[in-house]
Design a protein around this ligand. Structure first.
Ligand SMILES: Nc1nc2c(c(=O)[nH]1)N[C@@H](CN(C=O)c1ccc(C(=O)N[C@@H](CCC(=O)O)C(=O)O)cc1)CN2
Length: 294
C-alpha cells in the first residue's frame, strides 16, 4: 500500500517558513511583499483558486490585491492593466489567472508581463531560463511537485519518469525540470500526449508517473508497475448530488493505484496546495530581487 505525499502538510510548512522571512522583513520596518492577481470572468474554479491565493498572502503576511474584469474584457484593457502593474513600484509580482476567454490571446497577455514580475514563470524569457538551468521563477505547479518529491526524499536520479499531458503550464515544463541536471531532476523523461499511440506501454515501465491531463480516474492500477511513484495534477470538478454540487476528481484512480504504488499524491490535498505555496515562494523571491526594494 502506497504512502501519501501530503501536499497540504508540506504546503503549510513552506508557508510557515515564508512567514518567518516576512516577519523579519517587517521587523526591519520594510514594506511587505505585494502580489497582485488578475481574475477574468466568473469561472467557479478560477475564482476559488484566486481567493485561496489571496488567503495564502494573508497567512504569510504579504500584501495582496485582486483585480477583477468581466468575461467580456478586451485584450487591450488587459494589456493596459499589465502595463500599469509592470510600472507599479509597489508591486513585486502579479499573475493573470488562466484560462482566459476566447477573445483574449493568452500568449500576448503572458508576453506583456515584465519577466521580473512574472511569478507564474510563464513568460518565454523565464521558460527559456528554466530550460537552460538558469536562476528564474519556476512555474508553480512543477515547482510544487519538485519540492514535494524533495521533501519526501524521493529519488529521481536515473529513474524513468513518464509525464502525461504536454500543457505549457504543467506537462511541458515538468518534462524539462525532471530531466535537468540539478535537484531533483536527472530522470529519463518521456512526455506523452494525445497522439501517443499506447500510453500504457510507457506508464507500465515508469518509476515515476506524473498525470496532468484533466481526465478523471484515467490512470488505473493495472497501468503502473509495483512501487511506482504517482503524482496526480488533475483536479476536475465532477457534478454530483452533494451540497457543493460536485466532487474533485484527480486523473488517478486512487484506490487501484495506491495498492501498487510506493508513494502517491491525493486529490484534493496533493499538488494543488503545493502550487499555491510555490506562488508565495516565487513572490518572496521577486521581492528580494526587486530593483525597487532598497
Ligand atoms: N495564472 C495561473 N493560472 C492557473 C494556474 C497557475 O499556476 N497560474 N494553475 C491552474 C490552477 N491553479 C492555480 O491557479 C490551482 C489549482 C488547484 C489549487 C488547489 O488548491 N487545489 C486544491 C482544491 C481546491 C478546491 O477545493 O477546488 C487541492 O487540490 O487540494 C490551487 C491552484 C490553472 N490556472
Amino acid at each position: 500500500m502506497a504512502e501519501i505525499l501530503d501536499g497540504l502538510k508540506v504546503s503549510k510548512e513552506i508557508k510557515a517558513e515564508i512567514k518567518v522571512e516576512v516577519d523579519k522583513i517587517l521587523e526591519n520596518k520594510r514594506r511587505a511583499p505585494h502580489l497582485v492577481a488578475i481574475l477574468v470572468g466568473n469561472n467557479g474554479a478560477s475564482k476559488a483558486y484566486v481567493n485561496a491565493k489571496v488567503k495564502d498572502c494573508e497567512e504569510v503576511g504579504f500584501q495582496s490585491s485582486l483585480v477583477k474584469f468581466p468575461s467580456t474584457v478586451s485584450e487591450s484593457e488587459l494589456l493596459e492593466k499589465i502595463e500599469e502593474l509592470n510600472k507599479d513600484k509597489s508591486v513585486d509580482g502579479f499573475i493573470v489567472q488562466l484560462p482566459l476567454p476566447d477573445q483574449v490571446d493568452q500568449e500576448k497577455i503572458i508576453n506583456a508581463i515584465d519577466p521580473r514580475k512574472d511569478v507564474d514563470g510563464f513568460h518565454p524569457t523565464n521558460f527559456g531560463k528554466m530550460a537552460l538551468e538558469m536562476d528564474t521563477f519556476l512555474p508553480a505547479t512543477p515547482f510544487g511537485i519538485l519540492t514535494l518529491l524533495e521533501r519526501y526524499n524521493i529519488e529521481t536520479k536515473g529513474k524513468d519518469c513518464v509525464i502525461i499531458g504536454r500543457s505549457k503550464i504543467v506537462g511541458r515544463p515538468m518534462s524539462i525540470l525532471m530531466g535537468r541536471k540539478d535537484f531533483p531532476g536527472n530522470s529519463t523523461v518521456t512526455l506523452t500526449h494525445s497522439y501517443t499511440k499506447d500510453i500504457e506501454e510507457y506508464t507500465k515501465k515508469a518509476d515515476i508517473v506524473i498525470t496532468a491531463l484533466g481526465d478523471p480516474h484515467f490512470l488505473k492500477g493495472e497501468m503502473i508497475k509495483d512501487g511506482a511513484v504517482i503524482v496526480d495534477v488533475g483536479i476536475t470538478r465532477v457534478d454530483n448530488d452533494s451540497p457543493k454540487g460536485y466532487y474533485l476528481a484527480g486523473d488517478v484512480d486512487f484506490e487501484s493505484c495506491a495498492e501498487k504504488a510506493s508513494w502517491i499524491t491525493p486529490v484534493p490535498g496533493g499538488v494543488g496546495p503545493m502550487t499555491r505555496a510555490m506562488l508565495m515562494k516565487n513572490t518572496i523571491i521577486a521581492y528580494k530581487t526587486s530593483v525597487y526594494n532598497d
